[in-house]
Design a protein around this ligand. Structure first.
Ligand SMILES: [Zn+2]
Ligand SMILES: [Zn+2]
Length: 210
């Protein structure tokens, strides 16, 4: 059975929905690059969880539909070979991560884009719990938060990711994509690639942030 996750940036200009079919993978990523992105957006305290993680759900881009405010989409890359990190430029809400190759049917949709009516229990109902915490270490920002376990090499998670990717290829879920033009394959916003200096500044902010 298909369900829909309503999507909205913080200010409500960019909206849409993600079609869920029950094969999605919900992950919390603790990597420094995701933290650097939250700092780039100048909202690390709101965007990252109590352990410094970014929550995403993996699915094919064809299952993400932007109904309003698509012109707010902007894109950055920490380096020329890095993931394309999409966000709503109106209020700096992260939207999704994609590969730079438009043929790859794989998106990490930010759960910070879940609509304002979607609380924690509703998200659990729609997506199930976080399947894995990856790319540690976890940071303990809130001494009162219960500690979390970060998996080193969660094989089940990797296999499920491969399954999502394979299913995406099979069902041609790389297109239509809210991120790439279906005909030319060009990104719908020109990615801003950070300079080495900018990257280094973000890295330092990540290191000193608690
Ligand atoms: Zn916005
Ligand atoms: Zn990450």
């Amino acid at each position: 059975m298909e369900t829909a996750l309503p999507l909205s940036c913080a200010c409500g200009q960019l909206r849409g929905r993600a079609r869920l079919v029950g094969r999605e993978l919900r992950l919390a990523c603790h990597c420094r690059d995701c933290q650097a992105f939250a700092h780039f957006l100048e909202r690390p305290d709101e965007l990252l969880d109590a352990h410094g993680a970014t929550e995403v759900v993996q699915l094919g881009p064809a299952r993400i539909e932007l109904t309003d405010g698509a012109e707010q989409l902007a894109c950055m890359q920490l380096s020329a070979s890095g993931l394309m990190r999409w966000y709503a430029s109106c209020c700096n809400t992260p939207v999704a991560n994609t590969m730079s190759n438009p043929g790859v049917p794989f998106t990490g949709l930010s759960l910070r884009l879940a609509g304002p009516d979607i609380d924690g229990p509703t998200l659990d109902q729609l997506l199930g719990p976080i399947r894995a915490r990856v790319n540690g270490p976890a940071r303990q920002r809130d001494p009162g938060a219960p500690p979390v376990k970060v998996d080193k090499l969660p094989l089940g998670t990797i296999l499920r990711s491969i399954q999502i990717l394979a299913g995406g290829w099979f069902r041609n879920e790389h297109t239509p994509s809210p991120f790439f033009d279906g005909t030319s394959g060009a990104p719908r916003a020109t990615p801003r690639v950070l300079s080495e200096d900018e990257r280094e500044q973000l890295r330092q902010r990540v290191e000193t942030w608690a």
